[in-house]
Design a protein around this ligand. Structure first.
Ligand code: F6R
Length: 257
């Protein structure tokens, strides 16, 4: 895993946006895997600015998001559909046919999960997957204990995850109890992975990821140790508990574009 240490959230966002832009410029028909939450908001803002300023082509781009809350319609103000529309799809004028999220309000959620996997396969898989990390080490909404062989599925959210995400809802009881999420194995199939971590809240998860050499299902992010091309961009607060940050010498590193 290559670790890029940056000062703060803004630097992380700029760096990540540069990496997304480099991917899209070198392969205009890229398939990007995207995340939501607080972490990538700045990345999307910086990427939109870059794309508009530099005017590189986005017409061949395809995107697949990691997850959506079960029970929320795409128009729901707290849905990840709306988050993506507001932060990225609308500012970039991406066509609905270019963007994909699992439907949390599909009548048959298991069928929806299968459909989503099929769609990813049909476009030839994800080139670059953007990830955040949960305080408990979740990636996507794969909570501790999720099988490393999992594909897109329905996941019951941990109370700690619902608590962490309560800041986006009026009441914490409003945070849905389930999500539909790409599985660990779906994530691991991506060509390369860009993991972002910012802020004090993430320091224990980042420490465990970098310092605990065990690859175990009780810490989902540890699955990334088995991926050949992972880059983590993390800021000083997120790296605060790590004793050494020179992790670039580990077996996996940034995939040359
Ligand atoms: C979001 C997702 C989650 C978040 C994680 C961190 O699509 O898949 O794994 O990346 O919960 O969330 P924030 O960035 O809000 O701290």
């Amino acid at each position: 895993m290559q670790v890029i240490r940056v000062k703060n959230y803004n630097e992380m966002s700029e760096k990540a946006a540069d990496m997304l832009a480099a991917q899209v410029k070198s392969k205009p028909d890229s398939v990007l895997g995207l995340a939501t939450g607080g972490t990538p908001e700045g990345t999307y803002k910086a990427f939109v600015q870059k794309a508009l300023q530099e005017n590189f082509s986005l017409s061949e781009l395809t995107t697949f998001n990691l997850d959506e809350y079960v029970g929320l319609s795409p128009q729901h103000p707290k849905s990840y559909h709306l988050y993506m529309k507001n932060h990225l799809f609308q500012p970039l004028a991406l066509q609905p046919s270019q963007t994909n999220l699992p439907r949390g309000n599909a009548p048959y959620l298991e069928k929806e999960a299968e459909r989503y996997e099929r769609m990813i396969k049909e476009v030839g898989g994800i080139d670059l997957q953007l990830l955040g990390i949960g305080e408990n080490g979740h990636i996507g909404f794969n909570e501790p204990g999720t099988s490393f062989t999992s594909r897109t599925h329905i996941e019951k959210l941990n109370p700690t995850t619902r608590e962490a995400n309560a800041r986006y809802f009026e009441n914490k009881e409003d945070v849905p109890e389930h999500a539909i999420t790409m599985g660990i194995s779906s994530i691991m199939d991506s060509g390369s992975i860009l993991l972002l971590a910012s802020g004090e809240r993430k320091k224990e998860a980042v420490k465990r990821l970098l310092e605990d050499k065990n690859t175990r299902e009780d810490f989902p992010a540890s699955s990334l140790r088995n991926h050949p091309y992972v880059t983590m961009v993390a800021d000083e607060e997120a790296l605060a508990a790590v004793s050494k940050t020179d992790e670039s010498s580990e077996k996996n590193e940034a995939k040359p574009l």
